[in-house]
Design a protein around this ligand. Structure first.
Ligand SMILES: CC(C)(COP(=O)(O)OP(=O)(O)OC[C@H]1O[C@@H](n2cnc3c(N)ncnc32)[C@H](O)[C@@H]1OP(=O)(O)O)[C@@H](O)C(=O)NCCC(=O)NCCS
Length: 225
């Protein structure tokens, strides 16, 4: 990734607001802190605790903020479930520029990758040249995204997922922990790929898939709202 852009992200004038307060939010918070980003607080529909961070209210309350109030902040939706993450983005009606990114300092990013707003990249992930990562994607701990992969919006790559060169993952698909995919395969949208799977063929959209080699276990699943 362009190093000037990278340093702008790191030393941004904005304060960050996290939406969500579960385990995934904890990892995002830790990542932002390690990047030395300023974090203002979090919204969640339940008044819970998040590592000493200031609770700001429910999502409905955020929607009452004026544009002027919102403009000092960058937001990150900290929800691992792909469909819920998308639904909250739709409810919030923020512009793309109002979403920040969180990139763990130990992640290795090639200069030529692109990363969309709202995306998070956790510790020890490796993203190789010309990978394209769209909006609100989760690249979890220790993932490998090889050269020329295309990861569409709202995808979640669970910890330790390895995608070989030129793999394409459709919108909203979750790939389970420790799974892998051989080069140039196309994985459809809104699929659930079980933990520890090995994908060796293209996978149609809306399927539940698992195993080594991965097999389609259920078709027509609807994990989107
Ligand atoms: C694939 C998955 C979604 C299926 O969930 P489910 O529909 O609730 O499935 P069940 O737990 O009822 O299991 C059904 C059967 O499939 C088997 N199975 C489930 N997941 C499997 C997997 N990943 N690989 C191989 N077999 C699996 C179970 O052993 C069970 O077999 P049995 O009928 O012979 O006992 C889930 O098991 C999974 O792998 N989720 C990914 C979790 C993950 O990676 N989380 C990371 C969060 S960051």
């Amino acid at each position: 990734m362009d190093s000037e852009k990278n340093s702008l992200l790191k030393y941004s004038k904005y304060q960050y607001i996290i939406i969500g307060a579960g385990g995934h939010a904890k990892v995002i918070l830790e990542t932002l802190r390690l990047e030395n980003k300023k974090i203002y607080g979090f919204f969640d529909d339940n008044n819970v605790k998040l590592q000493g961070l200031k609770y700001l209210g429910t999502i409905k309350e955020l929607n009452k903020w004026t544009d002027k109030e919102k403009e000092k902040y960058k937001f990150i939706i900290a929800i691992g479930d792909c469909a819920v993450r998308k639904k909250i983005v739709e409810q919030l009606n923020l512009s793309s520029e109002q979403y920040g990114v969180a990139i763990h300092p130990s992640a290795i990013l090639a200069e030529s990758i692109s990363i969309g707003p709202g995306t998070v990249i956790f510790a020890n992930a490796v993203l190789n040249p010309d990978a394209v990562i769209e909006k609100h994607v989760i690249i979890n701990t220790g993932c490998i995204v090889e050269h020329d992969c295309i990861i569409k919006s709202y995808v979640h790559l669970s910890p330790g997922v390895a995608l070989a060169g030129g793999v394409r993952v459709g919108i909203g698909t979750q790939i389970g922990i420790g799974s892998q995919c051989i080069q140039t395969k196309k994985i459809g949208s809104w699929c659930m790929i079980g933990a520890g799977s090995t994908i060796v063929k293209d996978i149609p959209s809306h399927t539940l898939v698992y195993g080594t080699p991965a097999k389609i276990m259920k078709e027509g699943i609807n994990i989107e709202f």
